[in-house]
Every structure is written in structure tokens, then in C-alpha cells.
Design a protein around this ligand. Sequence first.
Ligand code: MLT
Length: 324
Amino acid sequence: MKRITAAALALALICTFAVVAPADDYPSRPITMIVPFAAGGPTDVVGRLLAQYMGQALGQNIVVEDVTGAAGTIGVGRAAHAPPDGYTLSLGHWSTHVVNGAIYKLNYDLLDDFAPITLLPSNPMLIVAGTSMPAKNLAELVAWIRDHPNATMGTAGVGSGSHIAGVYFEKLTGAHVQFVPYRGTDPALLDLMAGRIDVMFDQVSEASAKLNDGRIKAYAVTAKARLPSLPDIPTVDEAGLPGLYINIWYGLWAPKGTPAPVIVKLDRAAVAAMADPTVQKRFAELGLDMPPRARQTPQALGALQKAEIEKWWPIIKAAGIKAQ
Ligand code: MLT
């Protein structure tokens, strides 16, 4: 009996060592970061910048793979079922790692199947239209939508940030739009500028450059205060959509079971990337807010994700939003 216990103990030690040991030479080959929306969109832009600078910190390439569709659930699902060895990461945000759990019958669990790595920057959204839209302010935009029963609103799929914002817009205004799903907001924005759809909610990080170039119009920002970078754009409260606050915060996760030393290495690499002056400048230009250093941790991301699930799932379920 004693011998069995000793043998079991030895085996347990070997197994523990086998699980922890890889961090010493980790990463010994390129890492894949799964971005669950279209290339060129806000999630992809955050992912590519982070991948480049995290890769430098780790001395290994991080390759971004855009696995798109169904509001990010296809890409996040791929990451959830990847081997937990630190070579597949899941980049996501408020909608992919919180909202989708309230809408979709997922083949993964947002909390149980992922290990948080770190909290990343955040930004609010803008309600935008193409330059041919005649409405000069939000009240006129709502009136225009009411007069046009076939008015279209682009989204990145049912349950994406752009869609949830649109559903809230409908609830607050009583105006109805025809939602048009895309694989990300970048292709939707291209169609908006080409006049193929009428309006959409888009993250500041993607929309502000086009706004400053005069290629789109913006009617309100989904934040409590005006943005220093866009001082002329009213808040949703000022514009007539009281309380429509949406802040898209980003995070990085690994499949559950990824060894703790690997998570520590990845968190440190993300922290180093976010401390790099070039990355800080680029995020600031895009209008993304860096989390304070004390919150760039697995614990802060895990706690925020849990708190946001508790807050948003009842709201989303009550709103009756379902995957079509
Ligand atoms: C994207 O990267 O296309 C967006 O983050 C999608 C969204 O609106 O949630």
C-alpha cells in the first residue's frame, strides 16, 4: 500500500513537472493568436499590434489568424478547443467573451474553458452614417430611419458589439432598422462608405480616422463624456439616447489548462507590449484607453469578465436577442 502511494506520488510529481516544465523553453515555436473578426477591423488591429510587440518580448513570432463568422463564436470556439499548451491564444472583447454566452448555444463555456491572460485597452462606439445621409443630428437621423422602413444597419453578426448597440438604439428610439450582418465591422464600414448600407455602430478605433477624413458622419459616442479626440461629437446622453453606454474592452485568453508559468510569460509579454512607447502612441491615436498597469493581469481580466457576465446576461436575455 505504502509502495503504491509512493509510486502514485512519484507519478504525480513527474506529471506536474511535465506540465510546468515547458515554460522554461516556452515558446519554442510560433504562437497563433485567433482574431474572431474580419481583417482590418478593430479587433484585428488591436491583435496585430499586440502580436508584433508580444512576439518581440517573447523572442518568437505570434501569427494572427482571422477566424471569422457568427459574431466571433467560430474563432473563439476554435481557441477553446485548441491544445492548452500556450501556442493558441484567443483575442476577444466584451461581445465575444461576455455577450455571446447569453445569445448562442455555445459548444464552449466562456469562463470554464478559458484561462485569462490579461486585460487590454478599451474604447466606446460611434453611431455613423455615410456622407450622403441628409440627417444633421441624431434626432434627424432617428426621424430619417422612421421615414425609411427599409433603413439598413450593418453589424458584425448577431451578438457582436455593433449589433447589441443597434438593438439598444431600436429600444430607446422605437425606430426599426434592417440589420445586415458581416464578418466584422471593417467590411460593413466599406459598404457604409459605398452607400450600400445606411448606418452602423462602430468602434472609435476604427471609425475616427474615416470621420476625420470626411468619409463618414458621426452622430453620438456611446460614452458618458465627450472624447478629447472627438470634442464635436455629442455623447449619447446629449444626443438623445440616454444611457446607451457601451465600452468595448479587449482581453487575451488561453485555453483552460494552459500551464500557469506559460500564462505568466504571456501576461508579462503583453505588459511589455503595452508599455512600449510605439504601441502606446498607436493605441492613443486610435482612441483606445490603456488599462492601468495594476489591471494588466489575469486576475483583473477574469474578475471583469465575470462581473460583466453577471451584469449583461440578464439585460440581453430580457431584450430577447437571439441568434437567427
Ligand atoms: C470587429 O472587429 O469587427 C468588431 O469588433 C466586431 C464588433 O462589432 O463586435
